[in-house]
Design a protein around this ligand. Structure first.
Ligand code: NDP
Ligand code: 8X3
Length: 245
């Protein structure tokens, strides 16, 4: 059983993954800003406040996780967000910074601090939560899609840079998953968020948790590279089949 560090475990894909991997028997270290939520998610897991945009918070979280659960076998970079759907012309720039700081800089801050112990032990696994938004962009998504596209380059470079060190690097890239993602994107507008899934059946966080569990359960010589997973009702970010009532 492995020590798995999971960022953004307070909601959605992260919460479902924390539950699934804890049920699989792994030692979980969970982080999020809303740390109080983590108790409900996985009461037996190690839980600690984490803001991936704050390097001091990342240091404290990882030191506490290692002290509690030992060397880290698997890092799951899940924390992330989209904020708004403004066009480049219509944006102020504040949300761009938040997305880049969280989805790109946050992943880099955490990963670079976990890697040394994996290199030293000659084994480890890093799982990125990318998105189909990194594969195909859309109007109003320039920076969110851009952060997920950048994650693809970071993931690939990481695979090249760690080659020979027994470290596996996988990107799990979902389509529409019914989580708090759209509520966050629409700044708390629950009705607008719910309408994203009108007439179609989205994935649930549990569907992605099952994929991650599969990735982690492969033998050490098997590295799954990129897994794109969408609902049956979706073929691309904007190609969604909706049933009319
Ligand atoms: P949720 O909003 O439900 O969950 C996002 C998680 O990220 C929360 O636990 C949140 O915790 C955490 N988080 C956000 N900012 C930070 C931060 N600065 N530091 C630490 N944790 C942070 O959305 P999802 O579960 O859907 O999103 C998870 C990942 O999946 C994201 O990377 C997203 O881009 C990706 N994704 C989502 C899709 C979807 O359709 N839902 C599709 C494709 C990819 P807290 O606020 O407590 O800090
Ligand atoms: C979330 C999927 O299509 O809303 O990453 O960008 S999408």
């Amino acid at each position: 059983m492995k020590h798995i560090v999971l960022t953004g475990a307070s909601s959605g894909i992260g919460a479902a993954t924390a539950r699934k991997l804890a049920a699989d028997g792994h030692r979980m270290s969970l982080g999020a800003r809303r740390v109080e939520r983590l108790t409900e998610v996985a009461p037996d897991a190690f839980r600690h406040a984490l803001d991936v945009t704050d390097e001091a918070s990342v240091e404290t979280f990882l030191a506490a996780a290692t002290a509690a659960n030992g060397p880290i076998d698997v890092l799951i970079n899940n924390a992330g967000l989209a904020r708004g759907t403004e066009t480049i012309l219509g944006a102020t720039g504040e949300a761009w910074r938040e997305m880049v700081e969280t989805n790109v800089m946050g992943v880099l801050h955490v990963t670079r601090r976990v890697l040394p112990q994996m290199v030293e032990r000659g084994s480890g696994q890093v799982v990125m939560i990318g998105s189909i938004a990194g594969h195909e962009t859309y109007e109003g998504g320039s920076v969110y899609c851009g952060t997920k596209r950048m994650l693809q380059s970071i993931t690939q470079a990481l695979r090249y840079e760690t080659l020979g060190h027994g470290i596996r690097v996988t990107s799990v890239d979902p389509g529409m998953v019914d989580t708090e993602f759209s509520v966050v994107r629409f700044r708390g507008d629950e009705a607008r968020a719910a309408s994203v899934y009108d007439g179609m059946t989205p994935l649930a966080g549990e569907d992605i948790a099952d994929v991650i569990s599969f990735v982690i359960s492969q033998p050490p010589h098997v590295n799954l590279d990129t897994i794109v997973v969408m609902p049956t009702d979706q073929a691309s970010p904007k190609r969604v089949h909706r049933r009319t009532t």
